[in-house]
Design a protein around this ligand. Structure first.
Ligand code: HDE
Length: 719
C-alpha cells in the first residue's frame, strides 16, 4: 500500500546552510610543543576523562609512543597487548576494493517529490508533492583502482540509495544512458579488457590500450556506447554538472498492479559541463581528487549540488512501435520522442563523517527495489541483479553488511529471522527464530502490503540466444554523433585518434575505422587520417543495415544543454602585489552577484597586497593552482610586480592553458606583460576581455555563462 505520511524520513542532520565541516583547524598563532620523552618523542596528555586514549577494550593507554620493552632498548615484549592490538587492527584496515567503480565519492542528501505520480507507481517517494526521502549517492569512475585520478576518460557511476519507508531502493546508474554490452555474460570480458593488461599491470584507469580496443573492435554492440565514452561526457567538469541515467527500462507498478515502463534521468541544476581532454590530463596531475574535492567544497560551503529526477514513461504499445527494443541497454529513447517529466529534486547537502564507514562500505544492489518499482527482462539488468549482492559479500565479508548504518533502512523497521553470521549486531531477543511458529511471536508476511512481483506472462524455449531485435548496432551511434555540435564532433574524433594511437596493433585501428564507416563517413575518414591510415578499410559487416533516417537529438549534446548563468562555477584570479584594488573589488562584487566563487592565486601562498595596501591571502600558490582548476580566469597584476610574474613559467602556463582550453579570460592593464610573454598579444579574441571598470567586470562574468569560447578552438587546431 502506498505510504501517505507527509515526511518519510527525518531530514539529514545538517542543512545546506549550516553544513560546514567539523574539520579541525589550527589558529594562526604558534601551537605550543607538548611534553617530550627521553627520546624526544611527543606525549600529549588528556585533560579530561572523555578524551582518554583507550584500547578497543576500553582500557586507558598510558603511553602511545613506546612499545613495552625489556630494558631501554629492547627486545619488545609479547605481553604488550596495547601495541599488539594497535598493529593487529592496522594490519586488517583494508577491504577489497570494488571490482569495478572502485574510485568513488559519496554524500548524503534528500529527495523531494515535486510531482506526485500515484497513478503510475506506488513507490513511496513519489506519492505526494513535498514528501522527502533521505538518500545517499555515490559517484565513481569504472576502470581505475581506488587511488586513481578523477579525470580519467571513463563512464561515471551515479548510484543513489533511497531510504524509503517501504525499504531501500537503489537506483544504480551511470552518467551515460546506454552500455557497452547487451548481455551480462559479457561483463567480465569487457572489464578484463579495459582494466590494466594482466602481464604488465598497466595502464591504470585508461581505455587507451590494445586490449580494450581489441575487444571493442570485435564487439559491434559497443559502438553506440563508444561514441559516448569518446565524447566529452567521459570527462565531466564535476559530478554536479553531469547527468545520470538508470540505463535499463524499469517498470513502475501502481496500486492496481498496472505496469508502466520507465527510464530514469537525473538532470543537474547547474546544467551540463565537461572538461577538454588536454585540460583533463593536466587536472589529473594538479589535483587527482578534483571531482571529490569539488563536491566536498560545494556541500561544505552551502552550495549543495542538485539534480532533478525525470522519468520517461511509456506503455507496451509504444514499446512495440519504437524503432528499437526497449529491453536493449545499448539503446536510448530520444528525449524528443518521449519528453522526460520532472518528478522531484535531489539535493546532496551533507558530507560524510567518515569516508570509509560510509562511502567505502555503502553497498548498492540493483535488486533493492520497493513496491511500485520492478524489473524488466533487459538481460543486463537480470545479470546485475545477481552480481551486486554477490560482490558485497566478497567486499564487506559478511551477509550482515545490511546492518552497517549507511546500508541499514532508515525509513522503515526491519524484522526477520535472519541470524548469526560474521559481525552480527542486531540479534533478535527471545526463543523464536522461525516462521510459522506457534508461540504467537515474531514478524509475519503481509500478502497485501508485501512486495509482489509484476505478473508478467512468460513463454518460450530455454536457449542461449540474442533476440534479433537487438541486432542494429550502428544507427543510434550515428544519431548520437550527428546530434553533437561541430566542436563536440571534433572532440570525439580527436579522442578516437588519441586512444587508437596508443594501440600497437594496426589491425585493431583498422577494425575500429571499419566500424566507424557504418556510423559516419566523415568521422571514419577523419580518424583514419589522424592515424595515418591511407587506404580506408571496408565497412564492417553489419548484422542489420544501419539507418540514416534518425533525426538528431539536441538533448544528447553537452554544449546545447549548458547553464543560463555562470553560477556555481569558479573564477581563478591570478594577482600580485600592487594589483588594482578597485578592479579586484569590482570583479568580486560581480562574481558574488552571480553566485560565482573566486579563488585567488598569487606568487606566494601568503598572498598579495593590493594598490590600497590591503593584504589578500592566496588560496593557491601559482604553481599549485593552474588554470585547469578554474572555469574562467582573470589576471590582475600590479604594475611593479608584473614583469617578474610574466617571467614565471607557471604564470605563463596559467594563461596559456586557459587560452588553449578556450576559457574566458579577463585581464587588467599591467597584465599585458604576461600576455606578451605568452606570445598571445596578437591572438586575443572575443573570449578575452579587458577589465577597466565595474561594468566590464559585470559584463565579463555574464559572458562566462557560455563557459567556453569555442570559436577559438578551430583557430588553435587547424584541420
Ligand atoms: Fe555495475 N557493478 N555491473 N553497472 N555498477 C558494480 O557492484 C555489474 C552496469 C554500476 O557506487 C559492482 O558494488 C555487472 C551498468 C555502478 O558502489 C558489480 C554488469 C551500470 C556501480 C557490478 C554491470 C552499472 C557498479 C562492483 C553487467 C549502469 C558502483 C562493486 C550486467 C546502469 C556502485 C559493486 C557504487 C558496481 C556488476 C553493468 C552501474 C561487480 C555484472 C549497465 C554505478 O556487482
Amino acid at each position: 500500500m502506498p505510504d501517505t505520511s507527509k515526511t518519510e524520513t527525518p531530514k539529514p542532520k545538517k542543512a545546506a546552510s549550516n553544513s560546514k565541516s567539523q574539520r579541525a583547524t589550527q589558529p594562526a598563532t604558534d601551537v605550543p610543543f607538548p611534553e617530550q620523552g627521553h627520546g624526544g618523542e611527543v606525549h600529549q596528555q588528556a585533560e579530561n576523562q572523555s578524551e582518554r586514549l583507550t584500547t578497543a577494550q576500553g582500557v586507558t593507554i598510558s603511553d602511545n609512543q613506546n612499545t613495552l620493552k625489556a630494558g631501554a632498548s629492547g627486545p619488545a615484549l609479547l605481553e604488550d597487548f596495547v601495541m599488539r592490538e594497535k598493529i593487529f587492527h592496522f594490519d586488517h584496515e583494508r577491504i577489497p576494493e570494488r571490482v569495478v567503480h572502485a574510485r568513488g565519492y559519496g554524500a548524503h542528501g534528500v529527495f523531494e517529490c515535486t510531482k506526485a505520480i500515484p497513478e503510475l507507481t506506488m513507490a513511496a517517494p513519489f506519492q505526494e508533492v513535498g514528501k522527502t526521502t533521505e538518500v545517499f549517492t555515490r559517484f565513481s569512475t569504472v576502470a581505475g583502482s581506488k587511488g586513481s585520478a578523477d579525470l580519467a576518460r571513463d563512464v561515471r557511476g551515479f548510484a543513489v540509495k533511497f531510504y524509503t519507508n517501504q525499504g531501500n531502493w537503489d537506483l544504480v546508474g551511470n552518467n551515460m544512458p546506454v552500455f557497452f554490452i547487451q548481455d551480462a555474460m559479457k561483463f567480465p570480458d569487457l572489464v578484463h579488457a579495459v582494466k590494466p593488461e594482466p602481464d604488465t599491470g598497466f595502464p591504470q584507469a585508461q581505455s587507451a590500450h590494445d586490449n580494450f580496443w581489441d575487444f571493442i573492435s570485435l564487439t559491434p554492440e559497443s559502438m553506440h556506447m563508444v561514441m559516448w565514452t569518446m565524447s566529452d561526457r567521459a570527462i565531466p567538469r564535476s559530478f554536479s554538472t553531469m547527468e545520470g541515467f538508470g540505463v535499463h527500462t524499469f517498470r513502475f507498478i501502481n496500486s492496481e498492479g498496472k505496469s508502466t515502463f520507465v527510464k530514469f534521468h537525473w538532470k543537474p541544476k547547474l546544467g551540463l559541463q565537461s572538461k577538454v581532454w588536454n585540460e583533463a590530463l593536466k587536472t589529473n596531475g594538479a589535483d587527482p581528487d578534483r571531482h571529490r574535492r569539488i563536491m566536498w567544497e560545494e556541500i561544505d560551503t552551502g552550495n549543495a549540488p542538485r539534480w532533478d529526477l525525470a522519468v520517461q514513461t511509456f506503455d507496451q504499445e509504444f514499446a512495440d512501435s519504437f524503432d528499437f527494443d526497449v529491453l536493449d541497454p545499448t539503446k536510448l529513447i530520444p528525449e524528443e520522442v518521449i519528453k522526460p517529466e520532472i518528478i522531484g529534486t535531489m539535493t546532496l547537502n551533507r558530507n560524510v563523517d567518515n569516508f570509509f564507514a560510509e562511502t567505502e562500505q555503502v553497498a548498492f544492489c540493483t535488486q533493492n527495489v520497493v513496491p511500485g518499482i520492478d524489473f524488466t527482462d533487459d538481460p543486463l539488468l537480470q545479470g546485475r541483479n545477481f552480481s551486486y549482492l554477490d560482490t558485497q559479500i566478497k567486499r564487506l565479508g559478511s551477509p550482515n553488511f545490511t546492518k552497517i548504518p549507511v546500508n541499514r533502512p532508515k525509513g522503515c523497521p526491519v524484522h526477520n529471522y535472519q541470524q548469526d553470521g560474521h559481525m552480527q549486531t542486531s540479534a533478535r531477543a527471545g526463543r523464536v527464530n522461525y516462521e510459522p511458529n506457534g508461540w504467537e511471536e515474531g514478524p509475519r508476511e503481509h500478502p497485501l502490503e508485501g512486495y509482489v512481483s509484476y505478473r508478467q506472462p512468460i513463454e518460450g524455449d530455454k536457449q542461449r540466444l540474442r533476440p534479433e531485435s537487438f541486432a542494429d548496432h550502428y544507427s543510434q551511434a550515428r544519431q548520437f554523433y550527428i546530434s553533437q555540435t561541430e566542436v563536440e564532433q571534433q572532440h570525439i574524433q580527436a579522442a578516437l585518434v588519441f586512444e587508437l594511437s596508443k594501440c600497437e596493433m594496426l589491425g585493431i585501428r583498422r577494425r575500429i575505422v571499419s566500424h566507424l564507416l557504418n556510423i559516419d563517413q566523415t568521422l571514419a575518414e577523419g580518424v583514419a587520417d589522424g592515424l595515418g591510415i591511407e587506404d580506408l578499410p571496408k565497412a564492417a559487416p553489419a548484422a542489420q543495415q544501419p539507418r540514416t533516417d534518425l533525426d538528431p537529438s539536441p538533448a544528447l549534446s553537452i554544449v546545447k544543454n549548458g547553464p543560463d548563468s555562470f553560477a556555481g562555477r569558479t573564477l581563478g584570479v591570478l594577482a600580485s602585489d600592487g594589483a588594482d584594488a578597485a578592479t579586484l573589488t569590482a570583479l568580486k562584487d560581480a562574481a558574488a552577484a552571480e553566485g560565482v566563487m573566486i579563488k585567488l592565486i598569487a606568487p606566494k601562498i601568503g598572498g598579495f597586497t593590493d594598490s590600497n595596501g590591503d593584504k589578500h591571502p592566496a588560496d593557491e600558490k601559482v604553481d599549485g593552482g593552474p588554470s585547469v582548476l578554474f572555469d574562467a580566469v582573470a589576471i590582475i597584476l600590479g604594475d611593479a610586480t608584473s614583469k617578474a610574474v610574466a617571467a614565471m613559467p607557471p604564470a605563463q602556463d596559467f594563461l596559456k592553458d586557459a587560452f588553449v582550453h578556450c576559457k574566458f579570460i579577463a585581464t587588467a592593464a599591467p597584465s599585458a606583460r604576461l600576455v606578451e610573454a605568452c606570445g598571445l598579444t596578437d591572438k586575443l579574441d572575443d573570449g578575452c576581455v579587458s577589465l577597466t571598470d565595474k561594468a566590464s567586470a559585470a559584463a565579463f562574468i555574464k559572458r562566462c555563462a557560455d563557459l567556453r569560447y569555442w570559436d577559438r578552438e578551430a583557430a588553435l587546431w587547424p584541420a
